[in-house]
Design a protein around this ligand. Structure first.
Ligand code: ADP
Ligand code: MG
Length: 348
């Protein structure tokens, strides 16, 4: 087969790791991003800087590639759908449109008879005043949220007075779950009932940002099966192609809830690079490029620690790693508080 040129929209750490995986498979990558300093330019073959609604730049990008995938969900639907008229976009744009809207996403999941947290659409501040039943709760923007951005904990109605929220942007109020644990299931769908599924990953968040992930997750057989089944049903219903992640909550009564779907590779799946024969990134590329599906083999248990903000500093200087430790520097130019700068995976 002739050389494949894969277009990737988004140039953060996920775009970087997709590019690295592609390179290993001799696939060329062109990354398109609206950040001139995007780290993926250090890892891809070609980098194009442009806004996501700049048609001329987008066309330049599309002309260079055979197909297009993306590393994050907040890309305008119109952009993906226009690209899809010229070159295949995978996962398909309609998946992205659904999942980038928290309300549509949760409605979709509930229609499959899969449990989510209790939620309600909020259009104006006074809507919340009659919803004491949903408190304590978390107010979340319906679009563009990530790493806890655009989220507010509302313990009681009075808390509304101390937050500065533009309700016209669209919000969802979610009942707070008394969390016992969070897990995620990463899978890659290649076609009808054709999957590679990684075992559930246990996740620990700090300030709503993922801090640690590990396999195996310490969960019951029942939760293990249910989480894999739910993730598979979601992917099948979406007719998804590529790697997808479903984030779950487990409450203190051992009930499982879907928190959200990520229509892309996921931070909790970084440990698959070292712990499996095929990483979530390689599998994504295999699926979207219609390459061979290779059975997954787990090589080791593992834990992954995100390096956030300043935490990267000591690792960038005179680092001593053991044979079972793997350090990843996303090469982001500026260290910012709450910014994911790198990670360490340890095989255990
Ligand atoms: P993001 O899109 O920013 O990842 P999430 O909805 O996944 O937002 O929320 C981030 C984290 O905040 C979750 O992983 C969890 O730790 C906490 N959280 C969010 N919603 C709830 C909830 N309803 N109950 C308990 N914890 C929650
Ligand atoms: Mg999340």
């Amino acid at each position: 087969m002739s050389q494949i040129n894969l277009g990737i929209i988004g140039g953060g750490q996920l775009g970087s790791m997709l590019s690295t995986a592609a390179k290993k498979m001799n696939i060329n990558t062109t990354v398109y991003c609206n950040d001139a300093e995007a780290p993926a330019q250090n890892f891809c073959d070609e980098f194009i800087f442009g806004e996501y609604d700049n048609n001329k730049k987008i066309l330049e990008f599309v002309n260079k590639v055979d197909l297009v995938t993306y590393e994050f969900e907040n890309i305008p639907y119109e952009t993906l759908s226009e690209i899809n008229k010229l070159k295949p976009v995978l996962p398909k744009p309609s998946v992205n449109r659904l999942i980038q809207h928290r309300l549509a996403e949760k409605d979709f999941i509930n229609k499959l008879n899969i449990r989510t947290t209790r939620y309600v659409n909020i259009e104006k501040k006074s809507d919340i005043e009659t919803l004491e039943d949903f408190l304590p709760g978390i107010l979340k923007t319906t679009t563009m949220g990530y790493d806890g951005k655009g989220q507010y904990l509302i313990k009681k109605i009075e808390d509304l007075n101390s937050i500065d929220v533009d309700f016209s942007k669209g919000y969802v109020l979610e009942k707070l779950v008394k969390l016992k644990k969070e897990i995620s299931v990463v899978l890659t769908r290649f076609g009808i009932n054709s999957y590679e599924i990684y075992e559930p990953i246990e996740n620990m968040h700090q300030d709503q940002i993922l801090k640690h992930s590990k396999i195996p997750a310490e969960i019951s057989e029942k939760i293990l099966d249910q989480s894999k089944n739910w993730a598979t049903s979601i992917a099948e219903e979406l007719k998804y192609i590529g790697t997808l992640c479903v984030e779950f909550f487990i409450d203190r009564n051992e009930n499982l809830y879907v928190n959200e779907i990520a229509p892309r590779v996921h931070n909790s799946g970084h440990l698959t690079i070292n712990a499996y024969n095929i990483s979530q990134f390689e599998n994504h590329i295999r699926a979207v490029c219609s390459l061979e599906k290779i059975p997954l083999k787990k090589l080791s248990n593992a834990k992954m620690i995100n390096l956030i903000g300043d935490q990267i500093k000591p690792y960038r200087q005179n680092l001593c790693l053991n044979d079972n430790e793997f350090f990843f520097d996303y090469l982001k130019k500026e260290i910012k508080e709450k910014r994911k700068m790198g990670h360490i995976t340890t095989l255990i």
